[in-house]
Structure formats: structure tokens, C-alpha cells
Design a protein around this ligand. Structure first.
Ligand code: OVM
Length: 396
């Protein structure tokens, strides 16, 4: 391609049509070239695994500090105080990342596993007795909504605000479309509830939230910063795992052979969950902003432009995976970008894996067959891919 020539596409990655079935659009994005111009939002897009991965690894050229949504914080006022981990670059990011990495380390999570297992087994037992249930409301949503706030040390009352807040946060990374506006209908009350939950005195001293505040005593961060880091946990940790578990249930119910393989080989829960994350990635997109002109395969992206990274498309790139659309729980899933990569790679990964693996293990131990009742309904969100309802029937 001659210099300053690049493919321009006019579709809207945040439209109902795109979000309902993104995969044909992803293919067109990948095939159009390593980098494309998205006319509608006047941003660049990358959908191939190599380029998405490279951009995520290069925080110096692909900054998060102007926000990882469409809105450019250098030009527009952010809808909320920016996150000091997600929407930050080193050196600020390095300091805050260390704190959450420690609070969520396999060491700190170790003591939670027994409770997580027990709750998964209890819930699955209850659903097995019911035979027919909603895989989203009764399992994919019910489970994280119980154990995650418990682990953080959040009071039992008012937890519904967590889901409403997550909905706002993840829609806010997209354009100010109808979907965003609808999720903001109750914004003042929801934000007030979340803000109250983040205060040190509202958190159980034995939880992960209180652990974040230990860094204040150690002089590493201020009280306000600790509050914002707890807000990050509440923002990022619930809707993502709800989607992940729902999407895994969907794929296992749709792929009878894979379900049988998992039942017969329960040690495959880790790769099964990982493969579900690859194939139906909860976080579909995040933006970066260039800090300097950057050339991608002969296309020059100017400084200060937004670049939309299609994680879900990268995770199905045939240049990277054999038979990319196939759900194969024995696949060595390593290398997908569902958790991101580079310095911003998900800090909650270990926690989310415990949640996913506990549910899949409990099901594999107890359920012989898992079937969808009719067509599950998606819950469209500007960033997250997941279901609203999913009728399931289980046999033991
Ligand atoms: C945060 C935040 C919010 C949403 C997602 C996320 C995937 C982080 O507030 O830091 O990471």
C-alpha cells in the first residue's frame, strides 16, 4: 500500500447489529488490513492478534492515561474521576498496580478458595434439584454476586448497585449512545451507593478492600487513592466474571462433546474456562491513545489519536489459531488477550479463574448433561459480551 493509504470502514462497533453478532464484522476488520480507519468515530482500529498484542505491550506509544474508552480525557471531561490504575500510565500505574497485585495475589486468595468451592457446590446442588433454571440469574450472576463482595468485605445490603454500576462503567467506554444513556438513568443514586461502599469504615477488616487500605498506613498511597483503587475492584471485578461464567456455560451447553470431555476429565477445568474466555471474550474492546506518531505496517497513525483494539477479534484471528471458531477445551489457550497483556493485564485474573473453575468443577462433578432451553438472550453492552438470560436444563 502506498504511504498514507489505509482501509476505511464505516461500520459502528457499538451498534446493536455489531454487538449482537460481532464475528462477521471482526473478520472484515481483520481482512481489511492490520490497521483500519473507522470513519464513524474517526478512530483507528486493530483486529489482528499480532497488532493488538503489540499495542497492548507498548504502553509508551499506546497510552491509557487519556482513557481506554472513546472519550479522550485530554479533550473531554471524564464522566467520573479517572481510574488510577486502568486509566493511568507508569509511573502512577506502577505504584497502584503493585497494591492491587498484592491484594489479589494467589497468596491472599488462597484462604478464599475453600469458601468459593463450598458456595459453588451449594449453588449447583440447589440448581440440580430444580433441573431447569436461568444460567445467568441463578448461576453466572448469583455466584459472583455472592462471593466477590464477600471477598472484598462489602456489607450484604445494597449489592444490586454493583451490577448497575458495572453496566454504566463498561458502557461508558463506548460512545454516548442510547445504550450508555439508558444505563446512566439512575447514575446519581448508583454512584452514591458505590462511593459509600469504598470507604475504609464500610469494609470488613478481613477482606481484600481493607487490604488495599493497609498501603495507606504504609505511606504508599493516600486515603483518596485507596478509595479509588477499591472503586476499581468494584468496577472491574463483577460484570466481567458474570459474563465469563455465562459465556462458558453457553459454550459447554452448545458443545455436547466438549461437555462430555470435561465431565470425564475434570482436570481440564482450567483450559476449558480459558478457552471460553478466548472464544467469547467478556471484554471485547478497549482503546489506547497514541503518544507519538506510530507506524503500523506502512500506515502512519498520528500522535494523539484513539486506537480501538478488538480483543475478541484478535482472539479468533486465524493467523494465530488453528480453527479459531472452534470451542476446544484441550486447546492450549495461552496467548489470548481476554485479560489483556503487558502492564495493564488484568490484576484479578487469579480471582476470576478461581470463580470460573469452581463453577465448572462443581457442575462437572454433579451434572451429566447440560442443555440450552431455547435461544439465550444477549445483554448488549458497549464493551462487554455476555448474556441476559439463558434457560438451562441439567440431568444427573
Ligand atoms: C477501573 C476499571 C473499570 C473497568 C474495568 C477495568 C478491566 C478497570 O475502574 O479501574 O479493568
Amino acid at each position: 500500500m502506498a504511504e498514507d493509504q489505509y482501509p476505511a470502514l464505516d461500520f459502528d462497533p457499538f451498534s446493536d447489529e455489531f454487538l449482537t453478532d460481532p464475528y462477521p464484522f471482526h473478520e472484515r476488520l481483520r481482512e481489511a488490513g492490520p490497521v483500519v480507519w473507522l470513519e464513524r468515530y474517526r478512530v483507528w482500529g486493530m483486529a489482528r492478534h499480532r497488532q493488538v498484542n503489540a499495542a497492548l505491550m507498548n504502553w509508551e506509544a499506546f497510552s491509557s492515561a487519556a482513557g481506554v474508552g472513546l472519550s479522550n480525557f485530554n479533550k473531554e471531561k471524564p464522566w467520573r474521576t479517572p481510574s488510577i490504575i486502568l486509566e493511568a500510565d507508569p509511573p502512577l500505574h506502577t505504584r497502584t498496580h503493585k497494591i492491587l497485585t498484592r491484594a489479589l495475589s494467589p497468596m491472599s486468595l488462597h484462604s478464599l478458595r475453600a469458601d468459593f468451592e463450598h458456595e459453588a457446590e451449594r449453588l449447583v446442588e440447589e440448581l440440580v434439584e430444580r433441573v431447569t433454571f436461568d444460567g445467568v440469574a441463578d448461576l453466572a450472576r448469583a455466584y459472583p454476586l455472592k462471593i466477590f463482595p464477600d471477598a472484598l468485605g462489602i456489607a450484604p445490603e445494597g449489592r444490586e448497585a454493583l451490577l448497575a454500576y458495572g453496566e454504566m462503567v463498561f458502557n461508558a467506554f463506548g460512545p454516548r449512545n442510547e445504550r450508555f444513556e439508558r444505563s446512566m438513568a439512575n447514575a446519581a443514586a448508583v454512584t452514591a451507593a458505590i462511593t459509600a461502599m469504598c470507604e475504609r469504615d464500610a469494609l470488613d477488616p478481613s477482606g481484600i478492600g481493607a487490604q488495599v487500605y493497609r498501603s495507606v498506613e504504609e505511606g504508599v498511597i493516600s486515603y483518596d487513592e485507596a478509595r479509588l483503587l477499591v472503586r476499581s475492584l468494584l468496577s472491574a471485578g463483577l460484570d466481567t466474571t458474570v459474563s465469563a461464567i455465562g459465556n462458558a456455560l453457553y459454550l459447554l451447553a452448545r458443545n455436547v462433546g466438549e461437555w462430555r470431555t470435561l465431565r470425564d476429565n475434570p482436570q481440564l477445568v482450567r483450559t476449558a474456562f480459558d478457552e471460553a474466555l478466548r472464544l467469547e471474550s467478556p471484554v471485547q474492546t478497549f482503546f489506547r491513545t497514541t503518544t507519538r506518531a506510530f507506524e503500523v505496517e506502512g500506515v502512519r497513525i498520528p500522535e494523539g489519536d484513539k486506537v480501538l483494539l478488538f480483543y475478541g477479534a484478535a482472539n479468533r484471528d486465524p493467523r494465530r489459531w488453528i480453527d479459531p471458531n472452534r470451542f476446544d477445551i484441550r486447546r492450549r489457550g495461552g496467548g489470548h488477550v481476554a485479560f489483556g497483556t503487558g502492564v495493564h493485564r488484568c490484576v484479578g485474573e487469579a480471582l476470576s479463574r478461581i470463580e470460573g473453575e469452581c463453577i465448572l468443577s462443581a457442575l462437572a462433578a454433579r451434572v451429566k448433561s447440560l442443555a440450552l432451553d431455547g435461544k439465550p438472550k444477549l445483554r448488549l453492552n458497549n464493551t462487554l459480551r455476555g448474556f441476559e438470560t439463558m434457560g438451562l436444563t441439567v440431568k444427573t
